[in-house]
Design a protein around this ligand. Structure first.
Ligand code: ZN
Length: 142
């Protein structure tokens, strides 16, 4: 899939990562979105999924969604969301478990986005679980 944002990715590597970590995209979420590395914590996965939303990478979003909670319409829903929303900022508020040694974790966050020319806020407490050893997004009922 190609669109204006993914084609511009190569020029963005040295810029700050969209996830707000304060380090460059090349040193941060690019490692996960490119498949070079896997997130070792739930927070890393959450941040990389935000960056995937930012760059409209629905394959990564689908692949990091836990199979137990993937709805049959998930791909279509993701495509609709990524193409209607321009993400602006991410702020991680709290993390419960989700470390290298855990099997479950929760990440509470807020973000802002533009839709139809208006600025919106979004808040969620996400649950994450490991599946075959890798962190996956489970649901928003944290
Ligand atoms: Zn990042």
């Amino acid at each position: 899939m190609s669109d204006d944002r993914s084609e511009a990715v190569s020029e963005r590597h040295e810029l700050d990562c969209p996830c707000g970590s304060g380090i460059s995209y090349a040193q941060c979420c690019l490692n996960f979105l490119s498949g070079r590395a896997k997130p070792s914590t739930a927070e890393q996965l959450m941040r990389s999924r935000y960056t995937a939303f930012y760059f409209r990478n629905t394959d990564y979003l689908f692949g990091t969604h836990h199979p137990d909670t993937r709805s049959p319409r998930l791909r279509k829903e993701l495509q609709s969301v990524v193409h209607n929303i321009m993400w602006r900022s991410l702020n991680v508020l709290a993390v419960v478990k989700g470390t290298k040694d855990d099997k479950n974790g929760k990440v509470e966050f807020e973000c802002t986005y533009h839709q139809d020319g208006e600025l919106h806020e979004f808040y969620e407490k996400s649950r994450f679980k490991r599946y075959k050893g890798d962190w996956k997004y489970y649901d928003d009922r944290g």
